[in-house]
Design a protein around this ligand. Structure first.
Ligand SMILES: [Zn+2]
Ligand SMILES: [Zn+2]
Length: 443
């Protein structure tokens, strides 16, 4: 199957659902700006466009898009999302309010940027009930075709439904030459797929939750390119960068068609979200999403490896309460999520204690998991973050003691059941947290 055949299509899937792909164009080519400009009029009631960018991405792409659109006629304006105290913008309610009150209205919005700019444009277009197109400036995350916005509201990291981009565009020249940390952040985000898919499958097995194998398999021809030859990412090899950019795009398609972030977000994402949330409480700047997720993915894979070795499981432990000292002012919101998960521990123990179920689950998970060794190798050989020491907090190395607390408490923040919960029930976590950290993400 040619993945591009899916664009704009509606089809019935083996998972029992009808999938709708709202994104109609995905163009990664040297003439992408021209083609975006040709298509823009088709998505606007009148030729009245607003380009949303930050200072950097306006220079890299926004200005050229503006000039190209102007040549085709119509009103083109731009809005630069302001930096905050010298830092790149973030996706939060305060920034949304700045844009809503200051940015002119338009018939079509165009995001020129990477993750934050795309999310903010998605949010604004949704609030103003207009379509938007995306011009990507980096292969930095897997939200380009996602209908969801990942934002911070009242301090809590949330995901809410908006609308997907009608078209995602990029040029190899800009994506290959993006700041390298952004590219390796994208790699960290996308290699998490094996563990997030395992977590998703785990939920289907334990609680009969919805699961779609088709969306899990979407990346299977792309993954070997960067998993088997990660040094090509370091070399910015055009074919490897293209595979990464495609994988990020189709990873967001997987989330959009299934209506859940589950295909690309499991326990490894909870680790990254927890770093973000606790950093915000303490007024610290956190690292890039995918850099944190990649390390979370190594740890999740290491936990799965330990879990799969267990022949006769005993489910002695049930997590009882959240750590209020750790969550501080966020305790009440985190507690709300955690309470929803509580009944799942009993259900999971019951299901896995029935004859054969444990062995069945192990053989199912083994099919899709990638070893922590391979993930570690991919991230280290590509030049991505793969050790705790690579993670920055306020531009300094993150404190290892703080990271240990993150790993121990991350499972509390979401209702979703993940490998972190299973590891607790089996007595692996938090007892072996330090050992796993020193074995996998210290050196
Ligand atoms: Zn499906
Ligand atoms: Zn992610």
């Amino acid at each position: 199957m040619d993945l591009h055949d899916l664009l704009g299509k509606t089809f019935d899937c083996e998972c029992g659902r009808r999938h709708i792909v709202p994104t109609e164009h995905f163009i990664f080519d040297s003439d992408a700006i021209d083609r975006l400009s040709d298509m823009a009029a088709g998505y606007a009631e009148n030729p009245d466009y607003l380009i949303i960018a930050d200072q950097r991405t306006y220079e890299v792409a926004g200005r050229l898009i503006e000039e190209t659109l102007e040549k085709r006629g119509g009103a083109v304006r731009h809005f630069i999302v302001p930096d905050q105290e010298g830092e790149s913008p973030v996706t939060d309610d305060a920034t949304r309010d700045i844009i809503l009150s200051q940015a002119p209205r338009a018939a079509l919005y165009i995001a020129a940027g990477s993750g934050v700019i795309n999310d903010l444009t998605k949010w604004i277009a949704h609030e103003r009930k207009q379509s938007f197109l995306t011009f990507a400036t980096a292969a930095s995350m897997n939200g380009y075709a996602s209908a969801n916005v990942s934002a911070t509201l009242n301090g809590l990291k949330v995901l809410f439904h908006a609308q997907a981009s009608k078209g995602v565009f990029g040029t190899p020249d800009i994506i290959e030459n993006a700041p390298f940390d952004l590219t390796t952040s994208g790699l960290g985000d996308v290699v998490a797929k094996s563990v997030s898919s395992a977590d998703w499958r785990l939920n289907q097995f334990l609680f009969d939750e919805y699961y779609c194998q088709f969306s899990v398999d979407l990346l299977k021809d792309l993954e070997p390119v960067y998993l088997n030859h990660p040094e090509k990412i370091r070399e910015r090899d055009p074919k490897a960068i293209q595979a990464l950019f495609y994988a990020l795009f189709y990873s967001s398609i997987a989330m959009t068609i299934t209506g859940t972030s589950a295909p690309a977000s499991g326990g490894e994402h909870l680790i990254s979200h927890t770093i973000d949330m606790v950093s915000a409480i303490n007024g610290l700047k956190h690292d890039l999403h995918g850099r944190q997720v990649g390390i979370g993915a190594i740890l999740s894979a290491a936990l799965y490896e330990k879990i799969l070795m267990i022949e006769r499981p005993e489910f002695d432990t049930r997590p009882q309460a959240i750590d209020k000292h750790f969550w501080g002012p966020l305790s009440h919101v985190v507690e709300g999520e955690f309470k929803k998960k509580m009944p799942k521990f009993e259900l999971a123990a019951k299901k896995l204690s029935m004859p054969r179920n444990w062995d069945d689950l192990r053989s199912i998970l083994k099919q899709s998991l990638i070893s922590p060794k391979k993930l570690k190798n991919c991230l280290s050989q590509s030049g991505a973050a793969h050790r705790i020491a690579d993670i920055r907090s306020n531009d300094k190395r993150i404190d290892p003691g703080f990271f240990l607390q993150i790993l121990k408490n991350a499972h509390q923040m979401r209702e979703r059941f993940t490998v972190l919960d299973l590891a607790i029930m089996l007595g692996i976590m938090p007892e072996q947290a330090e050992t796993i950290i020193s074995e996998w993400v210290t050196a």
